[in-house]
Write a protein that binds this ligand. Structure first.
Ligand code: NDP
Length: 402
């Protein structure tokens, strides 16, 4: 049982709040705070079985967050605002000795760069304060890390190859829209790609490498190699991995739109001045694109995200594929949201449940794969994201290295 303060009131938050409210036996009090209070109120209106308290908060301002935490004294802060706020919210948690959970690693606003170093640097301070931070507890990062930990625990003596495959085979009916915060999404995709091979990072040009991947119940889809943050923690926590890569599907239409936007400078984060006002082209683009949280109603199709793993068990080669498929319409029925927000929000609620129930409980700063995967995965399946396994069948990735 516990009280949570949820920060951020976008697509993911809409799911987290509703999923927490579905379990009042664990989440006895919910406070929802974000920059725009009216968005918190709109989410709170969806909840009928308990009262959700709403507040306005600029989470970039540590003192403001500290004051809000002191006012409600939550057991856990769930950060589903933007990655820019991670460190400020962690500072507020330290000052108030409050546990912390997020779904995306810290990114500075003015450099499109994301890595765990900034948040891992808080480990000792969190340990000393006797509080816990759980990093990256969405789907990817999040469930993909737990899937890998589950594979390591139950199926392998050594994992050698890891390919995380992420497909959104849905259709929202819009010409161009992103499924989560457009600014963060476009920054991620327009960066150089990167993957881990033989103890070092190999860099690629943005979207340079792609291949057809066969997604269960979806079929073959062109998938692009991207850098994704969970690769950093997974190769650290599973040092037998020789190669780790992340693949994501994009339709040709999406890529064409993105290329045009890039070519005309609309994806730049370098501020420009228009009529005396300084703006970032990418922030302007975000303002004209549909909000991810509004895409749900007419979304059809499904997402399919999983880990294709190859390694050794009892001296023999083994392949293993663990994945979840999620129907956008199912997500909408459960939480009035689309599948990408849903597949992020359900794991965040599940991680929060693990922490409040003290099933995952150790002071410090941790990634999800550092805990026992079993209780998390059994709860995840119960709360809307069942998963499947395929053992010793052919994987999509046949190119092996020594
Ligand atoms: P949205 O843009 O829909 O929502 C972000 C929310 O954060 C908005 O309500 C916004 O307020 C609020 N916010 C922004 N800045 C501040 C601030 N300074 N103080 C308080 N609130 C603020 O994004 P999503 O819901 O799609 O994504 C939320 C998070 O989830 C992101 O970090 C994203 O990277 C992560 N994510 C993780 C995934 C995973 O699988 N691990 C997948 C998808 C997303 P306002 O409404 O005023 O703009």
């Amino acid at each position: 049982m516990g009280k949570v303060l949820i920060i951020g009131a976008g697509g993911v938050s809409t799911v987290v709040v509703q999923k927490c409210a579905q379990h009042p036996e664990v989440f006895e009090e919910i406070v929802l705070a974000s920059r725009t209070k009216s968005k918190c109120d709109a989410i709170a209106k969806l909840i009928t079985n308990m009262k959700v308290i709403t507040e306005s908060l600029d989470a970039d301002n540590v003192a403001e967050t500290v004051a809000l935490i002191k006012k409600y004294n939550p057991d856990l802060v769930i950060n589903v605002a933007l990655p820019y706020q991670d460190l400020a919210i962690m500072d507020a948690c330290l000052e108030t000795k409050t546990n912390y959970l997020d779904t995306a690693n810290y990114e500075p606003k003015d450099v499109a760069k994301f890595e765990y170093s900034w948040q891992w640097a808080y480990k000792e301070k969190f340990e000393k304060a006797g509080i816990m931070a759980l990093l990256g507890c969405g789907f990817d990062p999040g469930v993909t890390g737990v899937f890998t930990a589950y594979a390591a625990k139950h199926h392998f003596d050594e994992i050698h190859y890891l390919d995380i495959v992420d497909c959104n085979a849905g259709d929202h009916g819009q010409e161009f829209a992103t499924n989560f915060n457009p600014e963060i999404n476009i920054r991620e995709i327009t960066q150089n790609g990167r993957y881990w091979q033989n103890g070092q990072w190999v860099e690629t040009k943005p979207l340079e490498i792609h291949q057809d991947v066969d997604y269960p119940e979806v079929g073959g889809k062109d998938s692009y190699l991207l850098y994704h943050e969970e690769l950093e923690s997974l190769v650290k926590n599973f040092p037998t991995i020789k190669r780790a890569r992340f693949w994501m599907t994009f339709s040709q239409k999406y890529i064409t739109h993105l290329q045009v936007l890039e070519n005309v400078g609309m994806t730049s984060i370098k501020p420009i001045k228009i009529q005396g006002v300084e703006i970032q082209p990418l922030q302007f683009l975000k303002a004209v694109l549909p909000e991810p949280g509004t895409l749900g109603e007419n979304y059809t199709g499904k997402t399919s995200i999983g880990c294709q793993i190859r390694g050794i068990k009892d001296g023999k080669e083994k392949t293993y594929f663990i994945y979840n498929n999620c129907e956008h319409q199912w997500a909408y029925k459960d939480t009035k949201s689309q599948g990408v927000s849903y597949t992020t929000g359900v794991p965040a609620m599940t991680g929060a449940m693990m922490m409040l129930n003290k099933i995952w409980d150790k002071p410090g700063v941790w990634n999800v794969e550092e805990f026992n995967p079993d209780p998390f995965l059994s709860a995840l399946a119960k709360h809307g994201l069942p998963w499947n396994e395929i053992i010793n069948e052919k994987l999509d990735f046949e190119d092996l290295i020594d």
